[in-house]
Design a protein. Sequence first.
Length: 321
Amino acid sequence: MTLPTALPMTVPAPALPPRVRIYEVGARDGLQNEKAVVPTEIKAEFIRRLAAAGLTTVEATSFVHPKWVPQLADSELLFPLVRDLEQDAEAQLPVLVPNDRGLDRALALGARNVAVFVSATESFAKANLNRTMAEALAMSEPVVTRAREQDVRVRGYLSMCFGDPWEGAVPVAQVVRTAKALLDMGCDELSLGDTIGVATPGHVLALLAGLNEAGVPTDRIGVHFHDTYGQALANTLAALQHGVRTVDASAGGLGGCPYAKSATGNLATEDLVWMLDGLGIETGVDLGRLTATSAWMAEQLGRPSPSRTVRALTGTSHQEQ
Ligand code: MG
């Protein structure tokens, strides 16, 4: 597919980092919310195309129990199909490991980057993992310790950092406490998740300041915004101005939010790259190749991408959705 090569005019703005690392979550966080199971070969091709578009961190899959997330039940088959990218393309391919067993499976296949997942609220810990927050942290601790012993890099996902569908607003101090616990157990990096997309920029800055005050350096913090209420890019810009340099995004905006009645979930990588290109911030990503990849994936899934940039660049209208 040939796409128009429209790019934003580059006009830098003050107080922004020169380079941002995009942590691509489409193949895991995006696809896990898709009902129709995508063939393993298509997933492998998707990951390869994402890496070829210049994404250096592409979360590949999850070693969750196959019964919990049928879409990702093929992780044992998929990971070996893409593992060579870690050497040949110097991409990192993190995988989610919910527990000890997941870590064993990931390590057996040579994973060098893993991620654990905890909730910043009791309600979501209960709903998602059927555990208390303390139990979820206790379950993650040996996973993190064992991974670090093998020089495997560990990311700690923290969900519901800005709001929770059961509890409403989530106090900053509660998020800071849980974030500290993840770093204290040995996580290299945190990803602050706005799982239901309710954050606004002042709230983002308040949480980042709270984390800094508690001794968490900004360079260990990544942000994971959802566009449910159209705030993802505004929140991203606020985080970048604070000094954050790792931003999660999902190619084509894949992945609706299961806890909000909306088709719009993850921040689309193309929308993020459009803004960063316009600001003159380096990402290493080729927007044309990335858009072509998401347009191809949308064809596989049988519906247009929710990304505004993908739609604008491919001429896909709203009405088609
Ligand atoms: Mg997400």
